[in-house]
Design a protein around this ligand. Structure first.
Ligand code: 5GP
Ligand code: ZN
Length: 113
């Protein structure tokens, strides 16, 4: 697990974050720079650099991330639906190279950087 990965450090409790949900294998935190009223990141505990690193053996983990996204969105008042996206690699706008799913609820106030 990279020592300097910001999301690994949040997972380990070394950096503060506003945790909205935690379960075995993942946590969900509020994005520090939100682009919608609700902007949550669902982050697996395990360091996975990006979506392309997932293998068939990670199918359960991917399912768990999607279920957690739905649950968090509903818990935060977005049972009617939410946006779900993943930035993949520098060309896809990814800036933190630890897999995470963006969950946006409500109108977007601006586009992600
Ligand atoms: P990406 O651009 O990789 O898809 O998304 C990374 C997201 O992580 C960005 O929306 C950014 O605002 C958020 N972020 C970066 N560093 C931190 C941090 O230390 N804490 C929190 N809560 N969010 C962060
Ligand atoms: Zn990491």
């Amino acid at each position: 697990m990279p020592q300097d990965c910001v999301f690994c450090r949040i997972v380990r409790g070394e950096l503060p974050a506003e945790v909205v949900h935690r379960e075995d294998g993942l946590l969900a935190i509020r994005d520090i720079n939100p682009v919608a009223r609700t902007h949550v990141l669902v982050i697996p505990d395990r360091h996975i650099a990006d979506l392309r690193e997932l293998s068939a053996g990670d199918a359960d983990l991917w399912w768990q991330l999607t279920q957690a996204a739905s649950r968090v969105a509903a818990d935060l008042g977005h049972a009617d639906g939410y946006r779900f996206f993943v930035s993949v690699g520098p060309g896809g706008g990814q800036t933190v190279f630890h897999l995470h799913v963006h969950v946006l609820g409500g109108a977007m106030t601006r586009l992600p950087q």
